[in-house]
Design a protein around this ligand. Structure first.
Ligand code: OAD
Length: 344
């Protein structure tokens, strides 16, 4: 997985199709195979920050940790020697603490109506399953938290120990004493390959009669390339706070700029599905509330502040140590000078 430079040129007037005709074509059956790509923006209303939004995104929030660069926290080469920042924030981003949004529920409704051809998600929060989207319709392109292994020797690690480590904000280490590698959930880090199904599944994009892209900046390859695989003439709908990728370059593109949850509500209204959508969402949230009661934990900001304080304390100790050595040396030097030059 790699981050890409924002080089796409987006024309200023990009909304050339319209949402009403997309809704009409869903209603009259001309659109029946919807391929979806989602990103962090569909989960922000669940309380989980996205990555790149200025100020509110995770990468800006990580500033107090003074990482070499923000994405390092999810880079395999950084994690291999410094897994602490990842585990410091893991609890706040762990699926147990979250509940699905109405955007997730909308995708579940598409599936229920037999319209969801396939969903590619870059998210690892697992909220697709909580909303009731059938797992055989989803590719978790950036992996998930369901299993874990030692990054070094690849040995699997037990779920209960992993849960405990995440709960305590501690780094779990390989149980093989001679190894000592940190345990990594099976999520895809920068510098790692996507699941092997990705190459095979990306072909389904060409089978779709609507490409729906929600809540992603389209800045990370290879998922960012998927919208371009939609056949020419097939409408592409972006529901996002901002324009992304090459949306707007095709005449059949429609951009609904704003919160995903508002976008899916508007679409549901046009389709006459609004009540059904709200009910499906409420049921999914209620089912998750029962789990949440036992899993309240520190917020992301609290996790970051705690880790930053620990780092400052460590730095304080080493600064103190350095001062002590400097004082010791200058005392020695002063003593030596007070005795005058010596000849042997
Ligand atoms: P980004 O943070 O890059 O982009 C999120 C997009 O969603 C931005 O364009 C936001 O403007 C938009 N957005 C945020 N909240 C929204 C809302 N409520 N409604 C609509 N749009 C909203 O996140 P991704 O594109 O998912 O990888 O990032 C891709 C990958 O980069 C992630 O999977 C992650 C990251 O580094 C790893 O962690 C390894």
């Amino acid at each position: 997985m790699t981050e890409i430079e924002a080089t796409e040129s987006i024309p200023s007037t990009s909304t050339q199709g319209d949402i009403e005709s997309i809704a009409d074509n869903i209603k009259n059956g001309h659109i029946s195979r919807i391929v979806v790509l989602t990103g962090a923006g569909i989960s922000t209303s669940a309380g989980i920050p996205d990555f790149r939004s200025p100020t509110t995104g995770l990468y800006d929030k990580l500033a107090p940790l003074k990482l070499p660069y923000p994405e390092a926290i999810f880079h395999i080469s950084y994690f291999s020697h410094s897994p602490e920042p990842f585990y410091a924030i893991a609890r706040a981003r762990h699926p147990g603490n979250l509940k699905p949004t109405i955007s997730h529920a909308f995708l579940a409704l598409l599936a229920k109506k037999g319209l969801l051809h396939y969903l590619f998600t870059q998210n690892i929060d697992g909220l697709e399953e909580d909303a009731g989207i059938p797992t055989d319709k989803v590719l978790w392109a950036h992996g998930n938290w369901k299993s874990q292994h030692c990054w070094k020797c690849k040995t699997e690690y037990p779920d209960d120990l992993m849960k405990r480590a995440i709960h305590n904000g501690e780094v779990p280490y390989c149980l093989k004493a001679e190894c000592g590698g940190a345990i990594k959930p099976n999520v895809v880090f920068f510098g790692q390959s996507l699941p092997k199904e990705f190459d095979e599944k990306e072909k389904v994009v060409g089978q779709g009669d609507l490409m729906l892209v929600m809540g992603t900046s389209l800045k990370v390859a290879p998922c960012s390339t998927l919208p371009r695989l939609a056949n020419k003439g097939v409408p592409r709908l972006l529901i996002n706070m901002e324009k992304a990728g090459d949306f707007g370059n095709r005449k059949e593109d429609v951009c609904m700029l704003g919160p995903c949850d508002d976008g899916v509500r508007r679409l549901a209204d046009l389709l006459g599905w609004r009540d059904e959508l709200e009910t499906l969402w409420k049921d999914a949230v209620d089912a998750k509330e029962d789990v949440l009661k036992f899993q309240d934990g520190p917020s992301l900001d609290e996790c970051i502040a705690k880790m930053a304080a620990q780092m400052d304390a460590r730095l304080g100790i080493s600064k103190g140590h350095k001062n002590m050595l400097e004082n010791h040396l200058s005392d020695k030097f002063a003593q030596m000078m007070s005795k005058g030059p010596s000849c042997q």
